[in-house]
Design a protein around this ligand. Structure first.
Ligand SMILES: NC(=O)c1ccc[n+]([C@@H]2O[C@H](COP(=O)([O-])OP(=O)(O)OC[C@H]3O[C@@H](n4cnc5c(N)ncnc54)[C@H](OP(=O)(O)O)[C@@H]3O)[C@@H](O)[C@H]2O)c1
Length: 235
């Protein structure tokens, strides 16, 4: 990775999505209990990408479903961040339209960097109070769905986020793709088949009917390491 990281010149952050998926395109099993199935190399790749980003973002269900803290990991990655002119610890962003974020989720046990929650006017005042007690900032934007474009613009203006790494899940990714906010997709293809018509994929949401609505991608790189494929697509 060059020390010159790609950032967007616009008022939006440069957005990367990083996901591990099975050969049949699933990011978890049908009961959503198993979502960690990549190799140690894939985990290293996740930390390498985090070490390039001002902030790491995830949907409420992803944060609730696994013991993840969305942080930079071992000291070598924090040193790398400092060398690149980034803060030692990345900011963390959690997306929840309802404001129903599990306060006991692992992410809130680690206070090494601010946690920002994006939510909507669906979140009742009592819930907003709860969220404000566990997060460093709660941003309300949108009636039922978060206006992600406006939220990302705000994240750049208020928190200086120029590179934002989204780590899923499928609902949040789909909303970002649909809003045309993703710049790069990093995909680790793991040699497994999960099956399950309701198992989540890298982009779920309600989808669309016409080919013209598809997000077009270009292959930037495609590499086999061990028994996995590491692909990067630009949007
Ligand atoms: N293999 C991998 O690389 C990987 C990576 C990440 C996650 N996963 C797995 O994927 C599963 C979770 O994915 P998921 O698709 O179910 O959930 P998700 O995307 O993590 O979270 C969905 C929630 O995010 C909120 N949200 C997303 N977009 C929104 C928008 N535009 N406006 C308002 N709220 C929005 C909603 O919260 P509210 O319901 O509160 O409104 C929604 O229910 C888990 O099993 C997880 O472990 C796998």
């Amino acid at each position: 990775m060059s020390s010159k990281l790609t950032v967007q010149r616009s008022r939006l952050p440069f957005v990367l999505v990083n996901m591990a998926m099975t050969a049949d395109g699933k990011i978890a099993t049908m009961n959503r209990m198993v979502s960690s199935f990549g190799s140690a190399r894939d985990h290293e790749h996740l930390l390498e990408l985090r070490a390039t980003a001002d902030a790491v973002m995830a949907g409420a269900r992803t944060v609730a479903s696994a013991p993840i803290n969305l942080g930079p990991g071992p000291a070598k990655f924090r040193r790398l961040r400092l060398k690149r002119g980034l803060a030692a610890h990345n900011l963390r962003v959690i997306v929840s339209g309802s404001g129903l974020v599990n306060p006991r989720a692992e992410v809130f046990r680690h206070r090494f960097s601010p946690i920002i929650v994006l939510t909507t006017r669906r979140a009742a005042p009592a819930r907003l109070r709860q969220l404000r007690a566990i997060a460093d900032e709660v941003k309300v934007g949108g009636k039922n769905k978060i206006d992600l474009r406006a939220a990302l613009r705000w994240l750049r203006a208020k928190w200086g986020i120029k590179r934002l790494l989204c780590e899923g899940g499928g609902e949040l990714n789909a909303a970002l793709f649909q809003a045309g906010l993703v710049d790069e997709l990093h995909l680790t293809i793991c040699p497994k088949i999960f099956g399950g018509r309701n198992a989540p994929t890298i982009a779920d949401g309600s989808g669309f009917r016409r080919l013209a609505k598809a997000t077009p991608l270009q292959i930037k790189s495609f590499k086999r390491i061990g028994n996995e494929m590491f692909a990067v697509f630009t949007v």
